[in-house]
Design a protein around this ligand. Structure first.
Ligand SMILES: C[S@@+](CC[C@H](N)C(=O)[O-])C[C@H]1O[C@@H](n2cnc3c(N)ncnc32)[C@H](O)[C@@H]1O
Length: 209
């Protein structure tokens, strides 16, 4: 499949799952994700921020005060929910539909970028991360929360096997090597925190060099 067709397929999958997305994640959100989101946002530096793949807007609750956040997403139905959340919570955010692989922004316009559970779904994650590197100024942060391929004998191979099935049903790849992809995109990794057993979820702190 070409990148264009994969991107269209990703949009269709997230549009399809949008009405039930929050419900599907409700338990993990309460038990773990909300805490990890809060910590990630507390680490961000700068005033002009980009959120890639805002989804239904779960991160809106964690925006620090005094920042300007611009957020994009591929899926209009996910974004519709984020828009509703932003209005309800009276959060200042500029929302735009867009593809991480071709960001609709000039070069060097953001102080930092943040994405949570997004680069598992972007068809070409290295291209997406290169785009993030382009729009964030030199020295700016790129902070990610991602579920990734587990490097435990047998389990990683099982994840590779199940990956194409999960993508079709849910949207994300479960066997992405996102830490390596961040390096491949030319970002400097400063810190990788293992958040879930076996390294299934990682917080990745990188910087534009
Ligand atoms: C698993 S959801 C995560 C949503 C949100 N960040 C969160 O933490 O709940 C992945 C999101 O990435 C978006 N996405 C996937 N591919 C994308 C792309 N190429 N460009 C922008 N957004 C994309 C999807 O539409 C979806 O909203």
């Amino acid at each position: 499949m070409t990148n264009r067709r994969q991107t269209q397929a990703a949009r269709r999958r997230y549009n399809r799952i949008a009405p039930v997305y929050d419900a599907l994640e409700a338990i993990v959100e309460r038990v773990a994700f909300s805490r990890w989101r809060r910590i990630l946002w507390s680490r961000i530096e700068g005033k002009q921020l980009l959120e890639v793949g805002i989804g239904t807007g779960k991160n809106l609750a964690y925006h620090p005060e005094g920042v300007r956040v611009t957020a994009i997403d591929l899926s209009d139905r996910m974004m519709k929910r984020a828009r509703h959340r932003a209005t309800r919570g009276e959060v200042e955010v500029d929302l735009a539909l867009g593809d991480a692989q071709l960001l609709p922004f000039a070069t060097d316009v953001f102080d930092a970028a943040l994405a949570t559970f997004v680069f598992c779904s972007v068809p070409d994650p290295v291209l997406g991360l290169q785009e993030v590197r382009r729009v964030v100024r030199q020295g700016g942060q790129v902070l990610l929360l991602e579920h990734v391929r587990v490097d435990v004998f047998g389990i990683g191979t099982l994840m590779d096997f199940l990956d194409p099935i999960v993508v079709r049903i849910m949207g994300p790849h479960i066997a992405r090597r996102t830490v390596a992809n961040v390096s491949r995109a030319g970002l400097r990794i400063e810190e990788v925190q293992v958040l879930a057993p076996g390294g299934l979820v990682k917080s990745i702190h990188a910087r534009v060099i």
